[in-house]
Design a protein around this ligand. Structure first.
Ligand code: SF4
Length: 335
């Protein structure tokens, strides 16, 4: 087990600088994060938009040495994207408490959606809770909230402690179902943290070949499976997601092998099931990604431009349906 000082060193190796937005510095979450980065250079500044949305930033260079920005959020809930599975929930919402991710997946939509790869952490967590309560006050409906949409929150939990705050909130808010999606190779909560019926940890699983080629810095398949199994055996609801399916060279054999690993790791009844979705991207995001990574094997695939929900233009595999059927077939009985 790592000592506190070793943990601080590990985070300091990732974040050498912390930019602190005016108004963020005295919030409890900011103090907690700064205490875990005792040696990082601290740079106070006015408004995160001046830094994050600066023109001419080199996204890929920043990915190799991201800075951490502590900021105060003023937009808390938004409707879920039509490109995501809403799992049949009428009210599907997103809350972004962080923007950007430590991992570097070649297909990540964030690179086409944000001008910067620096990691933003919004430290005013209680304001999110107030927004959820206000939502329930106005709508009077249950809601499904995807918390880890613009980041992998679980991967940064050791630094931020955000998920623990949300778990405490969820314990008193049964109308809310929270989904925390992750590729993390560690489940940081032990048996002392009681599992909650309204929280789902959703692991994105990929074949080992896809991880090695296209998911830089992300944990390997074995670690993800082991983290998901720990969550499940501690009593948490766990969902498995093979999404996005990447139809790169040899994909059918790769996903058949992944299906075998899923079947071996998760006996029926130990998860909430498995969702499958082929890689797709919004038109503007796809085109930006292509410009950024002109030699990407993934983006050179056979895509067609289609019209998504709400008239939005999207790129999808020409054989999307067939690709998903092949993967679902390999995982038969699991979805
Ligand atoms: S884990 Fe998700 S959010 Fe992080 S880089 Fe990969 S695709 Fe993007």
């Amino acid at each position: 087990m790592k000592t506190n000082s070793e943990k601080s060193t590990a985070w300091a190796n990732i974040f050498s600088h912390v930019y602190i937005e005016a108004g963020a510095e005295n919030l409890p979450a900011a103090k907690r994060i700064l205490a875990r980065l005792p040696n990082a250079a601290r740079v106070p500044f006015g408004n995160r938009r001046d830094i994050f949305f600066r023109r001419g930033q080199d996204y890929l260079a920043q990915k190799n040495s991201p800075k951490l920005i502590l900021a105060v959020q003023d937009e808390f809930l938004r409707d879920g994207s039509g490109m995501c599975d809403d799992f049949g929930h009428e009210r599907f919402l997103i809350a972004s408490q962080m923007m950007n991710c430590l991992y570097d997946c070649e297909y990540c939509y964030l690179q086409g959606a944000h001008p910067s790869a620096n990691v933003v952490a919004f430290v005013n967590t209680p304001d999110y809770f107030a927004a959820v309560r206000e939502y329930f006050g106005n709508m009077g409906q249950d809601a499904y909230l995807c918390l880890s949409y613009d980041a992998d929150l679980l991967a940064l939990e050791g630094l931020t402690g955000f998920i623990r705050e949300w778990l405490e909130f969820c314990a008193g808010e049964p109308r809310l179902t929270l989904e925390i999606r992750t590729k993390c190779g560690v489940f940081p909560f032990g048996t002392e943290t009681a599992p909650l019926e309204n929280v789902i940890f959703a692991w994105t699983l990929s074949p080992e070949n896809v991880i090695r080629k296209f998911e830089r810095r992300a944990p390997g398949l074995e670690d993800r499976i082991s983290a998901a199994k720990k969550a499940s055996s501690n009593g948490w609801r766990v969902r498995l997601c093979i999404d996005p399916v990447i139809a790169a060279r040899g994909w059918e054999a790769d996903y058949a092998e992944l299906a075998r690993a899923v079947a071996a790791g998760f006996p029926h009844g130990t998860t909430e099931g498995l969702s499958v979705g082929a890689f797709r991207a919004r038109e503007d995001v796809f085109e930006k990604m292509k410009k950024m990574r002109p030699y990407s094997e993934i983006l050179a695939g056979d895509f067609v431009k289609t019209e998504g929900r709400g008239g939005q233009k999207e790129y999808r595999y020409r054989d999307e349906e067939e690709i998903e059927l092949v993967v679902k077939g390999a995982c038969e009985g699991y979805d």
